[in-house]
Design a protein around this ligand. Structure first.
Ligand code: UDP
Ligand code: MG
Length: 329
């Protein structure tokens, strides 16, 4: 990987971000100028409209300059899939993935690119969010999540590392070869491997609109991480089942011992009720969990495409290529 990179693709998904369209287009133009003068790379911008319900795609098309394309998906598929749709379109030596809500600054983008350009041995430089979680409980939950999910793998999913990253062509190709339909990007980035380097940063606060992540979303997303990348929850439950059975056997032996040698009649109701409720609950939890894994297996086995493209709009100077995911009609 010795050749100096000559081209850079910027992949940015957006969903209902019409208000930040012109500001983000300006940021991209400034970034492009800087990347050109500092690293001599030509820039192409790939924006993915993830089924926005506002006129964001039109506004971006008006505001963007230079070489760009806006890929509009047929509906909202989620950021993880939108990023894949962008990567599918990319063919440059380096790819930068960033958000279009202005939370990812030009300054950090340049630092990421500079780091990768200067480190021929590194394949990926990712921005690692060093802003501490607002609440203690939430940060503990996050820590628990990562220690659980990383406990049995040959690769580590780093904490606080998102999609904001720059990578070489080989890595982008590796990512597009992973066609998981239920996508958990953090896991896929880690699974793909390569030599990765972290760059600490603090994201800007959102310029307008709101984050698309609700608490419920976050829980679902964490579950996605487990069912796509970890069997740990299943193993933990098997283990707790084993422990419970063992405790039950001990208790049974104790009762038998008391009856045979001391003639003590054991009052039965409370212990019976506890056992029934406890194991009923455990059983249902386990069933639900297995259901989650089965559901993932089912979605993956259906062999639907990961996303569908509605249309692609390009600047006149952008090279026209066949679009994966675009069904001709
Ligand atoms: N986004 C998307 N599809 C979605 C949700 C979000 O393409 O279904 C985009 C969004 O427009 C933004 C980026 O993904 O550019 C990050 O989303 P958001 O700001 O909601 O996440 P946060 O910054 O809170 O992690
Ligand atoms: Mg954001």
């Amino acid at each position: 990987m010795a050749d100096l990179p000559k081209t850079l693709d910027i992949v940015a998904p957006f969903f209902n971000e019409a208000q930040s369209a012109s500001a983000f287009a300006e940021l991209l133009a400034a970034l492009e100028a800087e990347v050109g003068s500092r690293f001599g790379m030509t820039v192409h911008k790939i924006l993915v409209d993830d089924g926005s319900r506002d006129d964001g795609a039109v506004r971006f098309a008006q505001a963007l300059s230079g070489s760009w394309q806006v890929v509009t998906l047929s509906r909202n598929f989620g950021k993880e899939v939108a990023v894949l749709a962008g990567l599918d379109q990319s063919s440059a030596d380096m790819v930068l993935i960033m958000d279009s809500d202005l939370q990812h600054s030009m300054d950090i983008s340049l630092k990421l690119i500079a780091e990768l350009v200067q480190s021929p041995d590194i394949d990926v430089v990712y921005a690692q969010n060093d802003r501490r979680e607002a609440s203690w409980r939430r940060s503990q939950l996050a820590r628990l999540f990562y220690s659980l999910i990383n406990s049995s793998q040959r690769f580590d999913i780093p904490e606080n590392a998102g999609d904001f990253r720059v990578m070489r062509r080989a890595v982008a190709r590796a990512l597009t070869s992973l066609r998981d339909k239920r996508r958990f990007n953090k896991g896929l980035f880690a699974w793909a491997g390569f030599r990765q380097k972290a760059l600490p940063y603090s994201p800007e606060s959102r310029a307008s609109g709101t984050s698309k992540w609700s608490r419920l979303n976050l829980i679902a997303f964490s579950l996605e991480g487990f069912t796509s990348f970890s069997v740990i929850p299943l193993r933990l439950i098997s283990l707790s089942g084993l422990l419970a059975a063992f405790a039950g056997a001990l208790y049974g032996a104790k009762v038998l011992f008391e009856v045979v040698f001391f003639g003590i009649a054991v009052p039965g109701y409370p212990s019976l009720l506890v056992a029934v409720v406890l194991f009923g609950g455990l059983n249902l939890t386990l069933l639900g969990l297995i259901g989650e894994y089965v559901w993932v297996a089912l979605s993956e086995s259906k062999d639907r495409p990961v996303y569908i493209v509605r249309d692609v709009v390009r600047s006149e100077n952008a090279a026209s290529k066949p679009t994966p995911g675009l069904l001709d009609g």
